[in-house]
Unconditional design. Structure first.
Length: 262
């Protein structure tokens, strides 16, 4: 797949980390050309991003040298806080970028998938007693419950750290975020910015998996995006989540290579 197909996924993710970078405990920097850095204050690599603009550099003889300079800048940004992080390399970033990151100590992770779904004409979201949250602003107790459910839904046996709860509280105050919390069992989040609308944080607690709850949240988020006037939604899927999204109307736009550091 080409850069154009996945551009909307990249653009929404970049807008997201830029917005989150203004929250308490977070840091955001885009001073280096073509590179956006987000430290969410959470000691989980997949909450901290070094995001490379796939259209910034053409593949030239100097690409490796230029990319290495930017990568060292990014590594230094995260090392100040001792924070692990990931580098999602979208279609359009030359393969040599991955070789540079490995030379600097990053490890290749599982690929992610840029995906989107057309939602024009989607039926309005059903009202359901189990849906505890929706449009921001939300009560603090609801945001905290969302954070706990999302954190456990992604495989942690521990309570959500205060840094992640602060992240949820920040989203709860802003209308461009919609947090969904299905009775403490499944979560999701919608981020609307400009012409793009992205789906994030789809998770189900381990003891409730296999009951269609994740798919129900996906459908609710799609319906909410349609209600707000969007014609499509985007997401960045993990390998384990990809089948769910394909089942619920999403299509692959391209593979995003993931490199992890720390």
């Amino acid at each position: 797949m080409n850069r154009g197909c996945s551009a909307s996924v990249y653009e929404n993710l970049k807008r997201l980390i830029q917005r989150l970078g203004g929250f308490p405990r977070a840091r955001y920097m885009d001073e280096y050309p073509g590179l956006a850095l987000y430290d969410g204050g959470v000691d989980d690599a997949y909450e901290n991003y070094a995001l490379r603009d796939p259209g910034h550099f053409a593949k030239t003889e100097k690409f490796s040298e230029e990319f290495e300079k930017s990568a060292k800048f990014g590594f230094d940004f995260f090392s100040r806080a001792g924070r692990p992080h990931i580098w999602p390399l979208f279609p359009g970033v030359p393969d040599e970028a991955g070789n540079v990151l490995k030379r600097l100590g990053a490890e290749r992770g599982e690929d992610f998938y840029a995906m989107s779904a057309d939602i024009a004409g989607t039926e309005p979201a059903l009202k359901h007693d189990d849906v505890k949250t929706g449009e921001s602003p939300l009560e603090e107790t609801e945001a905290r419950a969302w954070a706990e459910s999302a954190w456990r839904g992604f495989g942690s046996d521990e309570s959500a750290p205060e840094s992640f709860i602060a992240f949820a509280l920040g989203m709860a105050e802003r209308r461009e975020f919609s947090l969904f919390h299905l009775s403490g069992r499944a979560t999701g989040m919608l981020f609307a910015a400009g012409e793009t609308c992205g789906v994030y944080y789809i998770s189900t607690l381990p003891e409730f998996r296999g009951r269609g709850l994740g798919g129900a949240v996906v459908d609710m988020l799609k319906a909410r995006a349609a209600e707000r006037g969007f014609g499509k939604v985007t997401l960045l899927a993990t390998p384990s989540g990809r089948a769910l999204y394909l089942k619920h109307g999403f299509a692959d736009l391209g593979t995003v290579k993931i490199y992890r550091s720390g």
